[in-house]
Design a protein around this ligand. Structure first.
Ligand code: NIG
Ligand code: FE
Length: 405
């Protein structure tokens, strides 16, 4: 049964925009007084509301001014965890670096401990409530990484929980196996731990259909460039790859590009050679402003990456350590002011460019054939959204053709 929704003051279709490089707002295709025809989970047609209403009798009429955008896609989160790390926030602000806290058995290890102590129900409920909040802030597709398992069994438990959540929640959840986050305390070496993942976690990913995505934290205090390369080379033919790359030091961008990774995420420390290498590849760079805000470190040079024709998306990195805020729009708004980004660049990077970084081609645009995932803001001018610094929240949310207020 076809349904027409509208009229919308502006529909930002996000059509006809390139996957890479900089964008200006005058490249945005905007339909004014627009409507969208949906059927089931899909978008059938867009156009001027008054033209479309001649074709469809079932109409959901919108009374106030609204801007319509594709639902946001958060391609990098760690929201399946328990506990909080507020004491580390204080420590860092007294001058102790994130890496030092990690090296001394805190940081990610603290979350591993708290997560191991939580029951399945506690983990499911806290993750679901984070997803609910995300959905209310416009995120209709959310990637969730494992990575806080203190043992192989606990890591598998998190992957199973993420998959349970995927079945329960109306958002689309994309599970990623980040067993290679940091070596849990009980393993004698990185090599032994990575071998255990290969032998005891990876077979379950296929057998139980837990994930088709592999991530690794490539960094001095986690896994070296050589360890990461060996690990990913064993997996890159069977799985989609993404890498925590260049957060504190250079090197991992090349690792990711060379294994054909879908994305290399973080990029706070990236040199000109690496930018050039990334721009010549099909790999997407994912910028995580929430992590820079959380750690009080400079943003990744997204302006420069776009000007050098890289494929770039933006995600929250929502996690209890470096990025506890998890508010994608607020982070995007801050990043746009500091890095001088257009609305076209920001909205692309959390819609169709983010879909690309996850290997998804069925969402991120308001376009015929796409999944009917879209959100509205109560305004007649899309520029007000980022201008309001995250204070303007979506009003309607439509997920796979179903409307939520
Ligand atoms: O992307 N850098 C590694 N992993 C996460 C942080 C995880 C944590 O601190 O709990 C990140 O920032
Ligand atoms: Fe992360």
């Amino acid at each position: 049964m076809k349904k027409l929704i509208g009229p919308f003051s502006q529909i930002l279709t996000m059509e006809n925009l390139s996957l890479s490089g900089s964008l200006s707002d005058d490249q945005l295709k905007i339909i004014t007084n627009g409507g969208v025809i949906i059927e089931g989970e899909k978008i059938i047609k867009t156009g001027h509301f008054n033209d479309l209403r001649k074709e469809v009798s079932d109409i959901i009429e919108i009374s106030s001014s609204k801007v319509l955008l594709p639902g946001f896609i958060d391609s990098h989160t760690h929201i399946c965890y328990s506990g909080d790390r507020s004491s580390e926030f204080s420590k860092r602000n007294s001058g102790i670096p994130y890496q030092k806290i990690l090296e001394e058995g805190g940081g990610i290890h603290n979350t591993m401990k708290a997560t191991a102590e939580a029951t399945d129900d506690e983990l499911i409920n806290s993750t679901l409530s984070r997803l609910d909040r995300h959905f209310s802030e416009g995120v209709t597709t959310c990637e969730i990484k494992s990575g806080y398992g203190s043992t192989i069994e606990n890591e598998l438990r998190l992957l199973r929980i993420i998959n349970k959540i995927k079945k329960i929640h109306h958002s689309d959840v994309i599970p990623t196996c980040l067993a290679a986050h940091v070596k849990p305390m009980d393993f004698e070496s990185n090599e032994v731990y990575l071998d255990s993942i290969i032998n005891d976690v990876i077979p379950h990913l296929r057998k139980e259909n837990l994930s088709n995505r592999i991530d690794i934290f490539t960094e001095e205090k986690a896994f070296s460039v050589d360890e990461s390369t060996r690990y990913l080379n064993k997996l890159s033919k069977m799985f989609d790859i993404t890498v925590h790359a260049n957060q504190f030091s250079s090197g991992a961008v090349k690792v990711g590009v060379d294994v054909g990774a879908r994305s290399v995420d973080h990029l706070e420390i990236i040199n000109d050679e690496e930018i050039e290498y990334l721009s010549r590849s099909d790999t997407s760079g994912v910028i995580l402003p929430g992590c820079s805000i959380g750690l009080g470190l400079p943003f990744a040079p997204i302006r420069k990456l776009l000007d050098n024709n890289c494929k770039i998306s933006i995600a929250t990195d929502w996690n209890p350590g470096s990025a506890p805020m998890g508010d994608l729009l607020t982070q995007c708004s801050m990043l746009s002011s500091f890095e001088k980004l257009s609305s076209a660049e920001i909205f692309s990077s959390i819609t169709f460019r983010a879909a690309y970084s996850l290997g998804l081609s069925d969402r991120g645009k308001i376009s015929p054939g796409m999944i009917a995932d879209f959100i509205t803001f109560d305004s007649s001018d899309y520029r007000e959204i980022l201008y309001n610094q995250g204070k303007m929240k979506p009003s309607l949310k439509c997920k796979r053709g179903k409307i939520y207020n």
